[in-house]
Design a protein around this ligand. Structure first.
Ligand SMILES: C[S@@+](CC[C@H](N)C(=O)[O-])C[C@H]1O[C@@H](n2cnc3c(N)ncnc32)[C@H](O)[C@@H]1O
Length: 305
């Protein structure tokens, strides 16, 4: 069934997205957070470089419905592209750009081939397929599988994006990437450290607890995911709440540059990947966040969160 979702830019402008029938179920929390952190980073870059947004080049890889690309174009980033391997995805991106009167270029491209052109970007946003292959039922439709299947540990495209970003970003540029607890989070941290050393952190207000609206603990897919989360792989944090399954989502910001900015280098790993989710700072911490955070903290060896 098709769905729609909306979110608000810092300027107060509301963006509206259609996720048409037949396309994979998008997690709107993740889309919104990715877009808003990308927007925030574009403003930070503009201030850092003392350059107007209109001079910036940005791209959203694995664009799906194109939330980050549309949002960046809408705030005035001058050159915005969106790429995806799926024709349907790019059709959706185009529709959503038109709906929101945002000007972006789209092209079919696998993330594996990105970086083959000479163009460099000030900002790259990406929400890669993030489910572990062995948790996806074989009966899953092709488009859905393509959007979800992150290979071993859910990290194949996450790793590709991190690797490719190091050549596709200008010096001082930013990668904004989704990390979710459906991935092998510990290994994801190793990949980030290997490519960005200390120059990355989880954006404030993340992690958040995001429901997977299409997965119920009552259906077979949900049951399989829960079983593996609880027994086979304690690094996966998916747990039931009412009739939904939930997971944690962080939006990671990585700085391209030879040296980590001082304020980042000074942060410990624990400070850069907060394990004790707090939702929005002015809201009291919700008890429902605590259990998964504590489990992740133990897995990463930080003790209790
Ligand atoms: C998690 S979805 C992204 C959702 C998107 N952020 C949104 O809100 O609509 C992952 C996307 O990656 C795309 N994808 C899968 N394999 C890809 C590849 N090799 N290269 C580029 N995109 C790919 C899928 O078609 C899908 O649109």
């Amino acid at each position: 069934m098709g769905s729609s979702y909306s979110f608000c830019l810092p300027s107060g402008v509301i963006l509206n997205f259609e996720n048409p029938e037949g396309f994979y179920p998008v997690n709107p929390y993740q889309s919104e957070l990715l877009a808003l952190v990308a927007v925030q980073q574009a403003y930070v870059l503009s201030a850092e470089k003392e350059a107007p947004l209109s001079t910036f080049h940005a791209i959203e890889w694995c664009a799906g419905n194109g939330p980050a690309a549309v949002a960046l174009a809408k705030i005035g980033v001058g050159h915005v592209q969106a790429t995806d391997v799926s024709q349907i995805a790019l059709k959706n991106t185009k529709k959503n750009a038109k709906k929101n009167k945002a000007s972006i270029n789209t092209s079919i491209e696998s993330i594996e081939d990105s970086g083959s052109k000479t163009e460099k970007f000030d900002l790259i946003a990406v929400n890669p397929p993030c489910r572990q292959s062995n948790h996806i039922p074989t009966s899953t439709a092709k488009t859905i599988k393509q959007a979800m299947d992150g290979g071993n540990g859910g990290l194949y495209y996450f790793k590709k994006a991190i690797e490719k970003s190091t050549t596709c970003l200008v010096d001082g540029g930013r990668l904004v990437i989704v990390l979710t607890s459906t991935m092998d989070v510990l290994e994801a941290v190793n990949i980030l450290q290997a490519h960005y050393q200390n120059s990355w952190f989880a954006a404030p207000t993340t992690p958040i607890l995001a429901p997977c609206p299409y997965l119920s603990p009552e259906d077979d897919k949900g049951k399989a995911l829960l079983a593996s989360a609880r027994e086979e792989n304690p690094r996966i944090l998916v747990y039931p709440q009412g009739d939904l399954l939930n997971r944690l989502t962080w939006i990671i910001v990585a700085h391209k540059g030879k040296e980590a900015p001082e304020h980042l280098a000074a942060r410990s790993l624990k400070e850069r990947l907060p394990l004790c989710p707090y939702g929005f700072p002015d809201q009291p911490r919700d008890q429902k966040f605590v259990e998964p955070a504590a489990r992740l903290a133990q897995t990463l060896g930080f003790g209790t969160a």
